[in-house]
Ligand binder design. Sequence first.
Ligand SMILES: Nc1nc2c(ncn2[C@@H]2O[C@H](COP(=O)(O)OP(=O)(O)OP(=O)(O)O)[C@@H](O)[C@H]2O)c(=O)[nH]1
Ligand SMILES: [Mg+2]
Length: 696
Amino acid sequence: MPRIYPLEKIRDIGIIAHISAGKTTTSTCILYHTGKVHKIGTLEKGTTPLDWMVQSQERAMTIMAAATTTYWKPEGKDEYQINIIDTPGHIDFTAEVQRSLRVLDGAVVVFDGGAGVQSQSETVWRQADQFNVPRVCFVNKMDKVGADFEMNLDSISKRLTQNAIPVQIPIGAEENLSGVIDLLKMKALKFEGTEGEILKEEDVPEDLKAKAQEWRKKLIEKIVAEDNVLLEKYLEGKEISIEELKAGLRKATVSCHLFPVFWGSLFKRIGVQPLIDAIVYYLPSPADLPPIKGTDPKTGKEVERKPEDTEPLSALAFKIMTDPFVGTLTFFRIYSGHLVRGSYVLNSITGEKERIGRILRMHADERTDLEEGFAGDILATVGLKNTSTGNTLCDENSPIVLEKITFPEPVIGVKIEPKTKADQEKMGIALKKLAEEDPTFKIKSDLETGETVISGMGELHLEIIIDRMKREFKVEANVGRPQVAYKETIKGEAEAEGKYIKQSGGRGQYGHVWLRVKPKERGQGFEFIDEIKGGIIPREFIPAIEKGVKEAMDKGVVAGYPLVDMEAALYDGSFHEVDSSEVAFKIAGSLALQEAAKRASAILLEPIMKLEVIVPEEFFGDAIGDLSARRGKIEETKDRLNLKIINSKVPLSEMFGYATSLRSLTEGRGTFTMEFDHYEEVPASIAKEIVEGKRK
Ligand SMILES: Nc1nc2c(ncn2[C@@H]2O[C@H](COP(=O)(O)OP(=O)(O)OP(=O)(O)O)[C@@H](O)[C@H]2O)c(=O)[nH]1
Ligand SMILES: [Mg+2]
C-alpha cells in the first residue's frame, strides 16, 4: 500500500514552553479547528484529552508528553498531516521535552503574553537550539493584564534571539484585544462564532495602518536579507509577491535563521487558524531535512539515510510507556524506509531482532492500528522485549545506529520502604517498569542495608512516581524525606596500594595492585586506565580489579555518595601462581581506590539550582534576605510592571519547603521556577555536618 500523504505534506512538530503558557490549550485548539476533537472544553485544566493521566488532571498540569495526529487544509492547498507532541512545561519532566525535540522537525514555542519570556521558555529554546529545531513563536494570552506587543518582542530579543520577526501584529491588547493583522496580506483577521471558527478578513483599522506598514517593512527586509534573488528584486524596487515572501520566510525558518512570531489569545479563541497555517507554511516537512546520520555498528563508519520510503528502515525509539491495557508501548520516529506490520526489525544497540506485532497511531491514550508506517511517521508498537529509550530500530541487512538521546542526571532522592512483604516484591517490579519509561528516574538498592533510594529531577517528579506506583501497581510504601543527591570527587592526584593477602594454610588469597587517581573535569565521568605491562598482573584479573574500583566509587569515601569525574590508572601490582583469584583482586582494587581517593583530597559536591523568583515590589527585600539566608547568590534583578524578577543560584539542599516559605513571605503572591544548573563543592563547614550526619 502506498503512503497517503506525500512526505512534503507531513509536519512533525512539538509544542514547547514554560509551565502553564498554554501549550495543551494550543494543542487542543489546533485539534478542534482541524476537526479532530469536537469541543475545546471550558479551557479549564484537566478537561482536555491530551492531559489524560489522572495525576495530570489532579495537579492541573501536563506530566507526560502526548502524541496525536491531525489533518489541515490551508486555503488553496492540499491537505496536510500534522503529527503533534504536546510537552510538559514543569522542569521536573524535562526529559519529555528533550526526547520529543530529538525526534521532531519543528516546534511551536508558546509564550504567556502577559509575562514575556519566562525562565523555562528560555530553557526549552536552548534545548531546541541544541537540536537545531526550526521554530515559530505564538504569543498567547494577549488578553491578560500587562500583555503588550513591544514588551513581548523586547523580551524575546533580549532573552532568546534577535531573529524573531512578527508576521502579525495584535489588534488591541488586554481586554481590548480583538484580532490580529496579517502583515503579508495587510488584512485584519477577526475570529467570530463561539469557538472563533468564523474567520473574517477586514481592512486594517485606520489607527493601526502606520504601525502595520512599519512592521511589514521590517518583515520584508528580514526576509529579503536571507535570499539573494529576493534581495535584488527588493533593491531594484520591484514588486515581490506574497507567495515569494512566504517561500522566502519558509526557507529562512527551516534553516533556523528567522523565527516568525504570531499572536493571539486562546481564551478569546483568537489566532488559532493562522497558527495552523504557519505550521504548514513555515515549519519543515521531513523531506526538507538533510539525511539522518548514524554509524554502521559493524564498521563504526558514518552512514546516512535519506528521508525516503525506498531507503532501508531506520527509526529511533524515543519513549517507552507502560499502558495498563496493552502492555509496554514503544514510541518511535521513522527516519527512512517503511515498516510493515508483522515484520522483524533489528535493534542495532542490543543486536537482537524484535517483531513489530502492531503499528499504532496514537491520539493521547487512544490508538488506531495501521498496516504500515512510512518515513516521517511518529508511531508506537507494543510488546518489544528489549528496546529502551534511544535505541535504533532498523533493517537487519542495513544496520545503522542513530545518535542516542542524552538525559540529565537526577539530583534528588528519597528512601522508600515497602509496607509489607507482599509489597516488597511488587515494588521491585513496579520500580523497574517505571525506570524503563523514564531515563531520569533511577533506583539504587543497597544490598547490605536492604534500603532502596529512588532519585529523580525534583520533588514533584518523585511524588508522581510514588503515586503511580500506588495506583497502577498497587504498591504501598513508606516514603522518607527528600534528600539531596550529593556526589563526591577528588581535588588532587595520588597513588595508593591495595593488598588482599591471606596465606595461612591451604589455598590462600592473593591480590595486590597499585592505583593512581587524577581528577577529571566536571561531567566527564569515570575512566579506568590499564597500564599493566609484561604480565605483572595476568590479563584475566584486570576486569575484576576494575569492578572492585567501580564498586568502591559507588560507595564513596567521604560520606557514602558516589565518586565521579576522575580517572584511576592501574600501573603496578603482583600476583601469586596459586593463591590469586578474581575475588582477591577485586577486593584489592576496591581497597586501593578508597585509599587513593582519600589521599587525593576527596570532597563533597552538591547540586546548585538556577532559581527565578517573581514577587510584587513590596516583598523584594524580604525575598532577597531569604535567598541570602539560603546561601543564594543573586545574579540579576529586573522589573516588570510592578513586579521584581530575581535570578539567582542556590544550593538544592537549602530549597526544601521553599514553596511554603515564599508563599508566607509574599502573602501568596510570589512565584518561582527552579532547575538544576551544576554541581559545586560543598563549603567545608557544611560538608563537616553532612559527614557527621548532623545535617538533615
Ligand atoms: N488569560 C488567558 N488564559 C489562558 C489562555 N490560554 C490558556 N490559558 C489558561 O492558562 C492555563 C494553562 O493552560 P495549559 O494549556 O494547560 O498550559 P500548559 O502550557 O499546557 O501547561 P503545562 O503543560 O502544565 O506546562 C489554563 O488555566 C488556561 O485556561 C489565554 O489566552 N488567556
Ligand atoms: Mg500542558
